[in-house]
Design a protein around this ligand. Structure first.
Ligand SMILES: CC(C)(COP(=O)(O)OP(=O)(O)OC[C@H]1O[C@@H](n2cnc3c(N)ncnc32)[C@H](O)[C@@H]1OP(=O)(O)O)[C@@H](O)C(=O)NCCC(=O)NCCS
Length: 164
C-alpha cells in the first residue's frame, strides 16, 4: 500500500464519505486548491480493487507553536521554535472503517513528517482531533495541549524513536 498526492483529474472524490461532512467537503472542494497554492498537501490511499476509490486521505501543513499551551518543561525546551508539522485532516471512507486504514494512514503521515523534519527541522507534530477522534490519537502517544482539548501533539523525537 502507498499513498499518492491527490490528483483531482484522476481520483473520484465525490463518492468519498467518512461520515463527517466538513471533511468530505474539504476533500471535494478545497484540498486541491490548497495544494495548488502550496498551502498544504493532501495524500490519498486508493482501493485498486474498486476503480481506484479513495479509501482515506490526510492533509499536511505547518502550524505556529503556541508555547504557552505546552507543558512547562516543553515550553523551555522549545522556546526558540516557531513551527510544528500539522496533520490538518485525516479520514477514512465509512465503507473501510475498522480495518486498520486509519492507523495505517496516521503512521504514513508521521513517516512523511519525520522525513520533512530531517530537512527543515521542527520539534512537534500537532493534530486537530475534532469529531470524537481524540482517543484515536491518544492511542498513538499524542497528548492534549493545555486549554485546547481538541488539539494534540507529539514530539518528532518520540515519533522517530517509535519507528526505530
Ligand atoms: C477516526 C478514523 C480515521 C479511524 O479510522 P479507521 O480506519 O476506522 O480506524 P482503524 O481501523 O485504523 O482503528 C485503529 C484503532 O483505533 C481505534 N479507533 C478507531 N476510531 C477511533 C476513535 N474515533 N476513537 C478511539 N479509537 C478509535 C480502533 O478501535 C482500532 O483499535 P484496535 O486496533 O484496538 O482495534 C475514522 O473513523 C474516520 O475517518 N472518522 C471520521 C473522520 C475523523 O474523525 N477524523 C479524525 C479527525 S481529523
Amino acid at each position: 500500500m502507498n499513498t499518492v498526492l491527490l490528483d483531482k483529474n484522476r481520483l473520484d472524490r465525490k463518492h468519498f464519505n467518512c461520515g463527517i461532512e466538513p471533511l468530505n467537503n474539504y476533500l471535494k472542494l478545497m484540498a486541491s486548491q490548497q495544494a495548488k497554492k502550496d498551502n498544504s498537501r493532501t495524500f490519498v490511499l486508493e482501493d485498486h480493487n474498486d476503480n481506484s476509490r479513495i479509501i482515506g486521505f490526510y492533509t499536511l501543513t505547518m502550524v505556529p507553536i503556541v508555547l504557552t499551551a505546552l507543558p512547562d518543561k516543553l515550553q523551555k525546551k522549545h522556546s526558540s521554535s516557531t513551527s510544528a508539522g500539522l496533520i490538518a485532516r485525516l479520514a477514512v471512507d465509512k465503507r473501510y472503517h475498522g480495518r486498520g486504514f486509519g492507523e495505517w494512514l496516521l503512521i504514513d503521515a508521521l513517516r512523511k513528517l519525520v522525513a520533512a523534519s530531517d530537512t527543515v527541522a521542527f520539534p512537534l507534530v500537532v493534530v486537530d482531533a475534532k469529531d470524537g477522534a481524540k482517543q484515536f490519537y491518544q492511542r498513538f502517544g499524542f497528548q492534549a495541549f493545555q486549554h485546547a482539548e481538541h488539539k494534540l501533539f507529539i514530539s518528532i523525537a518520540d515519533v522517530r524513536a517509535s519507528f526505530s
